[in-house]
Design a protein around this ligand. Structure first.
Ligand SMILES: [Zn+2]
Length: 611
């Protein structure tokens, strides 16, 4: 067996063009070299293993190259390039601040800066993990950084930019390195595999790319590990899963299939299999959440780009997302989210996850019954006059038949439109009570009625928190809706009535899946000043949220309250900052305010506040 060289070292890029996934930085550096506008101090920030030190070395080599090509890449043949390649150049000094962070270390470095390079034009000082330098070392370094000799270039690298002192930041040209996309990593690994004569499955490389989470060096060491374990230089997806101890995403597809088919048994058996393989229950729950999220994202062409998975997985996600409808996914996300939150506090964690799976497996049935009830009731309602309501509430009357909302059961065609047009959704909101009434008072037919009663109890036991406000809305007398369509019967404008309908509106918006900001603003305290609703907010962001729902809100309130001139005045009140005394002088003043004798004492004895 020949000597094994770690891929990260063997395939360290030697030209700017071969750096993976940081083209925004290499292009800028090349342009700076070409136009001779190179800064003297750089700060390279970014996660570990994304090419900071590599770029620093390439920069060092390139600016010292004796016959630089037109493409601003080092020739790799001249004396300087060769010595760089052999790690024998005297023009590059690297200091790892993680282990050499004392003043002495920095002084040694500064001493070297004094001597101009013997060969070549520049001396390059690379300080890795610069945030680890001690305070004293930083101060010693600052002077040199301020006025470096013309031949010296400093490249500081750090994973934690926020720990760098502003005095250092202001003296450096800052480059932020990206996390490398898993596709790019997989592509790079493919190149290496080809060069090394390793037969690797595409999925295997993609899996390593994802697991590396943006770090190429990590990806390369995982690649090496898997190559070492492989037989006949053959890298399979299954072997990589095994070696890196990753839960195969196929399990999530299988479990989701079981859940959408309503099979509690199959989902529990799959979960058992996962546990047997030694995977943590909590990680499974988190993975499942992510899986549902990915499926949800696939529902709309505009959001498919948010799917950060391999190509083969993307196809699978798109396929499965067709099978799972939107209301199932939203409810599933909510149930699984609760399971995730409560996992740590659960006494029996296995049972906790199993319960979650049972609820999920029961969802399709519940949702189906819901939609049956809704369709049934909508059909009934259609006979009743709907026109007055439409006229009062919406200028462009959307047929109330398209009512099903994402949270409430949605049938096939409503899915797309409900998701895509949240505005349309809110417009048809007033149709919500129609549905709400539906499962409160089952249709009078004999057979479905008993089933529908079941639905109610199931909803109550299974409804995720998101759906709970629905029940509150239902709790309102069902005649309410009819009373409204009779436009003569409106409530007088009082603060109590206003608050009641305001609350009702906010619950409706919550049900329609509004933003958190909007929900926060709707929960604020309101005041009534004649016919103007006063609401005090914290910031412009909240004000925008109110203005966005303004017409809808006023329309709703006017339909319930006898107040044709009703208006709303959201204003941003500056937050009262309760500032605590901080400096000694402030502390003294604060105490003297409480006890005036202190001031007398100070004057009598000629005392001063000690700073
Ligand atoms: Zn050269």
């Amino acid at each position: 067996m020949d000597h094994f060289v770690v891929s990260a070292r063997k395939y360290r890029p030697v030209t700017f063009d071969s750096v993976v996934g940081q083209s925004h930085i290499t292009t800028t550096l090349k342009n700076a070299i070409r136009t001779n506008h190179l800064a003297q101090a750089f700060l390279f920030c970014g996660p570990r293993g994304v090419g900071k030190t590599t770029c620093a070395r390439i920069l060092a080599k390139t600016i010292n190259c004796q016959n630089l090509g037109d493409d601003v890449e080092a020739c790799g043949e001249c004396e300087s390039c060769v010595s760089f390649q052999n790690n024998a150049s005297f023009n590059i000094h690297e200091l790892d601040a993680a282990s050499n962070n004392s003043v002495e270390d920095i002084r040694n470095l500064i001493d070297q800066v004094r001597y101009p390079p013997q060969t070549g034009k520049y001396k390059i000082y690379i300080i890795d993990e610069v945030h680890m330098l001690s305070q004293a070392a930083f101060n010693a370094f600052l002077k040199t950084l301020e006025e470096p000799p013309s031949y010296a270039i400093f490249i500081l690298a750090t994973t934690e930019k926020h720990k760098i002192l502003p005095t250092i930041l202001s003296r450096c040209q800052i480059f932020d390195f990206n996390r490398i996309q898993s596709k790019d990593i997989a592509h790079h690994l493919r190149d290496i595999a080809n060069k090394e004569g390793i037969n690797a499955e595409h999925e295997a490389l993609e899996l390593i790319g994802q697991k590396a989470d943006g770090g190429l060096r990590d990806a390369l060491s995982m690649f090496d590990l898997n190559v070492t374990f492989s037989t006949n230089n053959h890298l399979t997806y299954a072997a990589v899963l095994e070696n890196l101890h990753i839960l195969d995403y196929d399990y999530y597809f299988k479990i989701t299939d079981a859940l959408t088919a309503g099979s509690i048994a199959r989902s529990l058996i799959l979960f058992d299999e996962i546990l047997r393989k030694g995977f943590d229950g909590h990680l499974f729950v988190i993975g499942l959440l992510e899986h549902f999220r990915n499926l949800l994202v696939c529902k709309d062409p505009a959001t498919v780009t948010l799917l950060q998975v391999s190509e083969s997985a993307e196809r699978k996600y798109l396929e499965q997302s067709l099978m799972a409808d939107l209301s199932f996914l939203l409810s599933a996300l909510s149930i699984t989210g609760q399971c995730d939150i409560n996992y740590k506090s659960a006494k029996n964690q296995r049972l906790h996850v199993e319960l979650c799976l049972m609820k999920l497996a029961n969802l399709p049935q519940v949702l189906q019954l819901h939609s049956l009830a809704a369709v049934d009731e909508t059909a009934k309602k259609k006979v009743e006059p709907q026109q007055s309501l439409n006229d009062a509430m919406m200028p462009s009357a959307t047929p109330a038949v398209a009512a099903p909302q994402p949270v409430a059961p949605a049938n096939g065609q409503a899915n797309g439109s409900a998701y895509a047009q949240s505005t349309a959704q809110s417009v048809v909101q007033q149709a919500q009570p129609v549905q709400a009434v539906a499962y409160q008072q089952p249709a009078p037919q004999q057979a479905p009625s008993s089933r529908l009663k079941n639905t109610v109890s199931l909803t109550q036991s299974l409804a995720p928190p998101q759906q709970q406000p629905a029940k509150q809305a239902v709790a309102e007398p069902s005649t309410d809706y009819i009373a409204v369509s009779d436009s003569t019967k409106k409530e007088p404008l009082t603060l109590a009535n206003l608050q009641r309908f305001w609350y009702e509106f906010s619950q409706k918006r919550l049900l329609a899946g509004n933003s958190t900001t909007e929900q926060i603003t709707l929960n604020r305290e309101i005041q009534l000043n004649e016919t103007t609703i006063e609401i005090a907010l914290d910031n412009d962001h909240q004000q925008d949220a109110v203005m966005n729902v303004r017409y809808e809100l006023l329309g709703f309130l006017k339909s319930r309250l006898d107040a044709p001139k009703l208006d709303i005045n959201p204003r941003v009140a500056p937050q009262e900052v309760n500032r605590l005394p901080y400096t000694p002088a402030e502390k003294f003043n604060f105490m003297a305010e409480k006890n005036p004798y202190l001031l007398e004492l100070k004057q009598a004895l000629g005392l001063d506040v000690d700073f």
